[in-house]
Design a protein around this ligand. Structure first.
Ligand code: GLC
Length: 425
């Protein structure tokens, strides 16, 4: 029942609010995460816009001097989480992790601002230069060769931690110097739903590398053993650049508008040139160290429409992929192709459905006028939440909820996306 779920969703956001910032879920993730907070803000906006602004503002308290907005802001040390602030060894006043996460913020800030310009004007104007500095950081340090695609230096930066996209490039990460450590994630949830130890060793090896170069962004971009252009990041940033451009125009920021316009142009051609695979018939990641395209379809492949790429050939191919996967999966959109041998329906980003990704794919389809596909993905998201609650993610095969429970971003997605049926035509 929607009314009841509305109440539950709001309570989850309120209960996970630790005072101006919201944690993803109790136990497993006790700090403020970057793109979680962006979606959470959009959820708050549906019933408490003032609190929505605060969520973004507290996230930016962790912004680095070079513009980067980190993927985790550690406000207090919580021994139930690993790797905590001392492992990252960053040098900012507020302890944080050492890399970023998908920049959904500009899109959400535009949404909140446009819903009530008068109430949001001062806060949106104050955030604008900070978001601009962050996007500039992405274009400078995650696309050092100006290809128009965004690389990640760590699987965690992509937000899609253990997607098969990273399997190949992660082989280049040497783990021989890793010291013994104790994982905490597997004490909170079933280990069969989490990344493997071999993945975790490599995650920590990259953190060691980053710390050893003082998290200097230019050095990291030049020497990190893992540097992979990600369709998820590329499309989310392209979309966010368009929304930042709209804000720049609303605020008369002409110089910034010019700069952002150039980023958009570069990404529009760069994404198709560097991330489209004719063999796969979809957008895939590219290992920039080996200059090698990956070989599978993930849910991020479907974000080009959300990014506003109006290219007939790629859009038609993606619609075919969507329909093929829709035939196979009981619930869309699996994070990995269910017909591929690497698919695992309950292991994190190797198959499960994530409500936040659905919300972006659905929004893109809706804006492109593809109402039927947008509604399929919206209705599947709603059914998952109705039958399995506000889980971290879901099996696309059985619909079972998995990972952490009472999850903030799933609650937010219910409020701003899943509960609203999309009219046809
Ligand atoms: C996991 C997810 C990531 C998310 C974080 C907190 O690491 O892969 O996308 O931001 O949990 O929910």
């Amino acid at each position: 029942m929607p009314g009841n779920l509305d109440t539950q969703a709001r309570s989850i956001l309120k209960e996970n609010d630790l005072g101006g910032y919201t944690i993803p879920t109790r136990g497993l993730y006790p700090y403020q995460w970057n793109w979680d907070s962006a979606f959470v803000a959009r959820g708050f906006q549906t019933f408490d816009p003032d609190r929505a602004w605060t969520e973004i503002e507290t996230l930016f308290e962790g912004q680095w001097d070079d513009g980067m907005v980190p993927h985790i802001v550690f406000r207090k040390d919580d021994p139930s989480y690993f790797p905590g602030p001392s492992v990252w060894g960053t040098k900012q006043a507020l302890p944080t992790s050492g890399h970023s996460q998908p920049p959904v913020v500009a899109t959400v800030v535009r949404d909140i601002y446009e819903a009530d310009r008068e109430a949001g004007e001062a806060r949106a104007r104050a955030l604008f230069p900070k978001i601009l500095a962050w996007h500039r950081w992405f274009h400078r340090y995650r696309d050092p060769d100006g290809l128009g695609v965004v690389a990640v230096i760590h699987p965690w930066e992509s937000g899609r931690d253990n997607t098969p996209d990273w399997d190949g490039p992660m082989q280049a990460v040497d783990t021989s110097n890793i010291k013994p450590y104790v994982r905490k994630d597997t004490s909170h949830v079933d280990p069969s739903m989490r990344p493997l130890k071999a993945d975790y060793d490599r995650y920590l090896a990259i953190v060691d590398f980053g710390r050893s170069c003082g998290w200097d962004a230019a050095r990291v971009a030049r020497d990190c053993p893992f540097f992979v252009a990600d369709p998820g990041m590329t499309f989310i940033l392209l979309r966010a650049d368009r929304d930042l451009l709209a804000l720049a125009q609303a605020f008369g920021e002409d110089e910034a508008a010019q700069e952002i316009g150039e980023w958009i142009e570069r990404a529009e051609t760069g994404a198709i040139r560097h991330l489209w695979s004719d063999e796969v018939e979809g957008f895939v990641s590219r290992d920039l160290r080996k200059n090698k395209l990956m070989d599978g379809i993930s849910s991020a492949s479907f974000l080009s429409v959300y990014a506003g790429i109006a290219d007939e050939r790629t859009n038609a191919a993606l619609a075919r992929q969507f329909d093929r996967i829709a035939e196979k999966a009981t619930y869309l959109m699996p994070s990995w192709d269910p017909e591929d041998s690497r698919f695992e329906h309950l292991r994190y980003w190797r198959g499960p459905v994530w409500a936040v990704v659905n919300s972006m794919i659905g929004r893109g389809l809706l804006e492109a006028g593809d109402f039927a596909r947008a509604e399929r993905i919206r209705a599947d998201t709603a059914r998952l939440i109705e039958t399995s609650g506000f889980a971290e993610y879901y099996s696309p095969v059985t619909g079972a909820g998995a990972g952490g429970g009472a999850f903030s971003w799933t609650a937010a997605v219910w409020l701003f996306f899943a509960r609203h049926e999309i009219p046809q035509g």
